[in-house]
Every structure is written in structure tokens, then in C-alpha cells.
Design a binder for this molecule. Structure first.
Ligand SMILES: Nc1ncnc2c1ncn2[C@@H]1O[C@H](COP(=O)(O)OP(=O)(O)OP(=O)(O)O)[C@@H](O)[C@H]1O
Ligand SMILES: [Mg+2]
Length: 227
């Protein structure tokens, strides 16, 4: 079963002479549980693609199915709920809420959905993310690596089927980076989550199950890295 199906997606920004064809007829599928790395030069269309998969933007043409649902055929309010329950985002700039503590930032997506946080899972996340002693701190009182781990916790707390990460380790050193990636992989294995991660790091890409390259809006699938 494919968790994600991207069908003939194109995205053009602007029009006429100023038009930028950011994505050109991109098609690929991702099975449930796979860890996919997206690589490519700056400006090639990687973030555009990830934002479309997360329904943060709408395509000029094409369709995207997540867990069999045509995301652009959904109404705004059902799309918002679907996104909240099924997709976890990790951005390069961690987008933490400055007024909320570590713990409050992590459970925020659950509160947004008017649900009760799973206390046991929260404790588990705080433990594996090594944030237990920092749970009542504000983001401004944390190191870059710690903020990154809060952002990972926030993406995982709802146990989303799909995790979208746009250069999540861009600001971190090698040690923090490999720890962050290991955590994501562990969670995704445990809960059969699919990860799509944009990265400029060759070594991170090589730990993925599959590498997709975007060049000037065109996608090339290099297939599975290992069986
Ligand atoms: N809102 C926008 N309006 C107009 N053009 C845009 C917009 N967003 C992106 N673009 C253009 O679309 C192209 C793809 O941008 P995108 O952000 O997807 O690149 P990227 O591969 O993520 O690059 P980077 O590695 O630098 O993050 C670029 O040429 C960019 O200038
Ligand atoms: Mg980008």
C-alpha cells in the first residue's frame, strides 16, 4: 500500500515573462514506512514539492494522495483536520512558540485538535529526546540541538503517518545531526511512519531507503538504496 502518491504535479509561480516553473510533471509513490531523502541544488524545487505534499500550497496541475485520500479534493476544514492528524512537519527554522515551554510546545498539535495528550507517550518522547530536565524551559533557554529535538517531538506526538522534514538538521553539528536522524528513524520504525526529508547532506541521504533528486523542477528517482 502506498502511503503517498504524487501524480503529475506541476507548480508555476507568477505568470507571463515572470513565470517560474518550480515543478514540472513530478510523479512518484512512497510505500508506508519508507524513509525517503530528497536532494538537489538550491532553487531546484525541493521545498515547493514538500509544501505541496503537506498541502501548505496548491499545485498548478496534478494530484496528491495520502493514505488514499485526494488532498486537494478535500474542503479546507477537513484538510486542516486531516493534516493535523496525519502529517508531522519539521522545518529548518524550528518554528517553536516562544511563550510555551518545551512540554507545551510538544503537545501543542494535540491541544489544537482538542484531544488529550497521551501522557505516557509524552514521557517516552521527553526521555528519548533527552529533554526531561528541560521540560519547563522556554525555547530561548535551549541550545539549537535541544530546540531541534523539541521540534521533532512536536512532529511525533500525534504519531502521524507521514513526517515531512525540510532540512531539519541544517543548523546542527554532526553529532546532533546523527542523533536527530537516529531518533526519527527509531520512531518511524516503531510506528511504521513514512519520512520524507530534504537534505543537503550526502551522508544523511545515504542512510535513507530511497533518494529522489530534483533538478530544475524535474524529479529523478534513484530507486532503493538497499534491500
Ligand atoms: N512564492 C514564490 N513565488 C515565486 N517564486 C517562488 C516562490 N517560492 C519559490 N519560488 C521559486 O521556485 C523555485 C524553487 O524554489 P524552492 O524553494 O522549492 O527551492 P529549494 O529546492 O527548496 O531550494 P533551497 O535548497 O535553497 O531551499 C525557485 O526558483 C524559487 O525562486
Ligand atoms: Mg528549500
Amino acid at each position: 500500500m502506498n502511503l503517498l502518491e504524487v501524480r503529475d504535479i506541476s507548480k508555476t509561480y507568477g505568470r507571463g515573462e515572470a513565470a517560474v516553473h518550480a515543478l514540472k510533471r513530478v510523479t512518484f509513490t512512497v510505500p508506508k514506512g519508507e524513509f525517503v531523502a530528497i536532494v538537489g541544488e538550491s532553487g531546484s524545487g525541493k521545498s515547493t514539492l514538500l509544501n505541496l505534499i503537506g498541502a501548505l500550497d496548491t499545485p498548478t496541475a496534478g494530484e496528491i494522495f495520502i493514505d488514499g485520500r485526494d488532498i486537494f479534493a478535500m474542503g479546507d476544514s477537513s484538510l486542516t483536520v486531516f493534516r493535523r492528524r496525519n502529517i508531522g512537519f519539521i522545518f529548518q527554522s524550528f518554528n517553536l512558540i516562544p511563550e510555551l515551554t518545551v512540554e507545551q510546545n510538544i503537545i501543542f498539535p494535540v491541544l489544537l485538535d482538542y484531544q488529550k495528550p497521551d501522557k505516557k507517550y509524552l514521557e517516552e518522547l521527553l526521555t528519548v529526546l533527552n529533554l526531561k530536565e528541560r521540560r519547563h524551559h522556554l525555547p530561548s533557554q535551549l541550545s539549537g540541538g535541544q530546540q531541534q529535538r523539541v521540534a521533532i517531538g512536536r512532529a511525533l506526538i500525534t504519531r502521524p503517518a507521514l513526517i515531512l522534514a525540510d532540512e531539519p538538521t541544517g543548523n546542527l553539528d554532526t553529532q546532533n545531526t546523527s542523533e536527530a536522524i537516529a531518533l526519527l528513524k527509531e520512531a518511524s520504525r516503531k510506528y511504521e511512519q513514512t519520512i520524507i526529508m530534504i537534505t543537503h547532506s550526502r551522508s544523511i541521504a545515504q542512510t535513507a531507503d530511497r533518494i529522489l533528486q530534483v533538478s530544475d523542477g524535474v524529479l529523478t528517482d534513484y530507486g532503493r538504496c538497499r534491500e
